[in-house]
Write a protein that binds this ligand. Structure first.
Ligand SMILES: Cc1ncc(COP(=O)(O)O)c(C=O)c1O
Length: 465
C-alpha cells in the first residue's frame, strides 16, 4: 500500500501494519534516497510528525531512521535533525544514460557486525596460492564445472573440517557442496525443502533478516523459537520440517546452544525425520572457552553443516560450503543447476590456501588480533561506560552491549552523531518474536582496520551512556 508523505509529497510503499512495518518503512525510505526521490541534504520530518503523517508509532519511525543512519543513507546531528546524507554517491551513469542509483557513504567508524577487517586480507599469501593453483590446474578445470564445486576444494575442505579444533564435523567430499555464501546455501536448501513438501522452518528469535528471507522467498514459513537466559529454546518445533540454528555461537547474542537443548534438538530430528540447518559462520574464532562441537558430528544424517570464508577471509569471495546428509546431496546439487556458479580459479586458490597451511596460519594470526581487540573493548568499556554490561564475548567478532532499559534507540542515535555506525539489538529481532524488553547494541569489533581501531574505540566509548 502506498502512503503519501504529506510534507514532501513522496510516496512510500508500506505494509499498512504488522510486525514487518519497521523494515517496510526502512526499505521504502532507503529506496526513496537511492533513487533520488529524496535528494541529498533533504531534512526529514521529525519522527513524531512522520509517524503522525503515516499513522504509525513514533518508535517505528525513529528505529527506521536509526537503521538508515547506521547504513550511511541518512545523517543525524544534534541541532540539525535527520537529513539525507550529502555523501550518498551517485554513480556516474545508469543503463539509461542518466545519473545512476546512489550508494550510501561509509560511516567514519563502522561497528556493524558481519565484516572482518578487510585491510587484513592476506593478499600476498592469496596471490602465491592463486599462482600455484593456476600453474597446477589442468585445462579442463577452466571449463563448466560440477555444480557441487571443484573436487580439489571439496577434498581440501573435508580435510580441514576433520582436523578443525575438536569441532567433530564428519565430511566426505562427495557430500560437500560449494556455494556463494551461506545465504545462497540457505536459498538452495529452502528450495529443496519446499519441493519435499516442507512448509515451515523454525528460526531463532535473533538472527539475520537476509537469511530468513532466503527461506521465505522459497515459500517457507519461518516462525521464531523462544529465547531465554539459556539461549534459543528449540523444545517446541511444532510442525516445522527443519530448524535453522547458530548453535556454536548464537548470532548475535553470543551464547552456545545449551547442552541439554543440543541433544534434545538432535533427538527431535531423529524422531521426526526433521532437519537441522547448522550455520557455523564464525567457528574459527574462539578465545577463552572450549571449542563447541558441531551438531553435525552428532548426527550427519539429520544435520546440514554450513561454513563460510566470509569471516576468516572476506565476504567478497562469496565462497561457502555445506556438508549435506546423504539423502539431500544429489537434490541440493541439482537445485544449484547444471553447472557450477562459483569461480573455478577462486575455488582452486582456496583449496591451495587450505592444503598449504596458509589458511590455518592466517586464522591463528587473526584470532590473536581479534582477541586483543576484544580485550581492549572490554577494558575500555569497563572504564568508560560502567552502565554497559558486555556479553557474548567468548567467541566471534562481535559483542552485545546490554544497556539501561529504554536507551537502545538513543545510544544508536548518539553513536551516529559521533560518526559511529552500529546496530541496536532490535535490528536483529525476528518481527514475530515476542519482545523480551532487552535493550542492547551489537558491536562488530572486527570491522575497523588496525590503523583506525584506537580512534574507533574512543568514539564508541563516547557514544555509550
Ligand atoms: C549469522 C551469520 N551467518 C552467516 C554469515 C555469513 O554469510 P555469507 O556466507 O553469506 O557471507 C554471517 C555473516 O555476517 C552471519 O552473521
Amino acid at each position: 500500500m502506498a502512503k503519501s508523505w504529506a510534507t514532501l509529497g513522496v510516496d512510500l510503499h508500506l505494509e499498512p501494519a504488522g510486525p514487518h512495518l519497521r523494515r517496510g518503512l526502512t526499505d521504502a525510505l532507503r529506496e526513496a534516497v537511492r533513487t533520488g526521490r529524496l535528494a541529498p541534504g533533504t531534512r526529514l520530518p521529525s519522527s513524531r510528525s512522520l509517524a503522525t503523517d503515516l499513522g504509525i508509532a513514533r518508535n517505528t519511525v525513529a528505529d527506521a531512521y536509526a537503521d538508515l543512519v547506521a547504513e550511511g543513507w541518512l545523517t543525524a546531528r544534534q541541532g540539525s535533525g535527520t537529513r539525507v546524507a550529502d555523501g550518498t554517491v551517485t554513480t556516474p551513469t545508469s543503463p539509461t544514460g542518466g545519473p545512476g542509483p546512489r550508494v550510501p557513504h561509509r560511516p567514519t567508524h563502522d561497528f556493524r557486525p558481519g565484516t572482518p577487517d578487510l585491510a587484513a586480507f592476506p593478499r600476498a599469501e592469496w596471490l602465491k596460492a592463486a599462482r600455484r593453483a593456476l600453474l597446477a590446474a589442468p585445462h579442463h578445470a577452466l571449463g563448466y564445472g560440477d555444480p557441487r564445486g571443484r573436487p580439489e576444494l571439496r577434498t581440501a575442505l573435508a580435510g580441514y573440517l576433520a582436523r578443525a579444533r575438536a569441532r567433530g564435523v564428519r565430511a566426505d567430499p562427495d557430500r560437500i557442496l560449494v556455494c556463494s555464501g551461506i545465504a545462497h546455501g540457505l536459498r538452495l536448501l529452502g528450495t529443496v525443502l519446499r519441493a519435499r513438501g516442507v512448509h515451515t522452518v523454525a528460526v531463532e528469535s535473533y538472527g539475520l533478516d537476509a537469511h530468513w528471507k532466503q527461506l521465505t522467498q522459497a515459500g517457507l514459513r519461518t516462525p521464531p523459537l523462544p529465547y531465554d537466559d539459556r539461549g534459543t529454546d528449540p523444545a517446541d518445533l511444532g510442525d516445522a520440517g527443519a530448524v535453522l540454528l547458530t548453535s556454536a555461537h548464537q548470532f548475535p547474542m553470543g551464547l552456545p546452544l545449551h547442552r541439554g537443548r543440543r541433544t534434545a534438538v538432535v533427538d527431535w530430528a531423529r524422531r521426526t525425520g526433521g532437519l537441522i540447518l547448522e550455520d557455523d559462520y564464525d567457528g574459527e574464532f574462539r578465545y577463552d572457552r572450549q571449542p563447541v562441537g558441531a551438531l553435525q558430528g552428532l548426527d550427519p544424517d539429520h544435520v546440514v553443516y554450513l561454513g563460510t570464508a566470509s569471516k576468516a577471509l572476506a565476504p567478497g569471495l562469496r565462497l561457502a560450503w555445506m556438508v549435506l546428509p546423504p539423502s539431500l546431496a544429489a537434490e541440493t546439487a541439482a537445485a544449484k543447476g547444471k553447472v557450477d556458479t562459483s569461480s573455478a580459479l577462486d575455488q582452486l586458490t582456496l583449496a591451495e590456501f587450505l592444503t598449504s597451511g596458509a589458511y590455518d596460519r592466517h586464522v591463528r594470526a587473526s584470532r590473536l588480533r581479534y582477541r586483543r581487540r576484544r580485550d581492549a573493548l572490554l577494558t575500555a568499556l569497563t572504564a568508560e561506560a560502567p552502565d554497559v554490561h558486555i556479553t557474548g564475548i567468548a567467541a566471534g567478532l562481535h559483542a552485545v552491549l546490554r544497556l539501561p532499559p529504554g536507551t537502545e534507540h538513543s545510544v544508536v542515535q548518539s553513536a551516529a552523531w559521533q560518526g559511529v555506525a552500529l546496530h541496536g539489538l532490535s535490528y536483529f529481532r525476528h518481527p514475530e518474536a515476542l519482545s523480551d524488553g532487552l535493550d542492547a547494541v551489537v558491536v562488530g569489533y572486527g570491522t575497523p582496520s588496525d590503523s583506525g581501531w584506537a580512534g574507533a574505540l574512543e568514539a564508541l566509548c563516547r557514544a555509550m551512556p
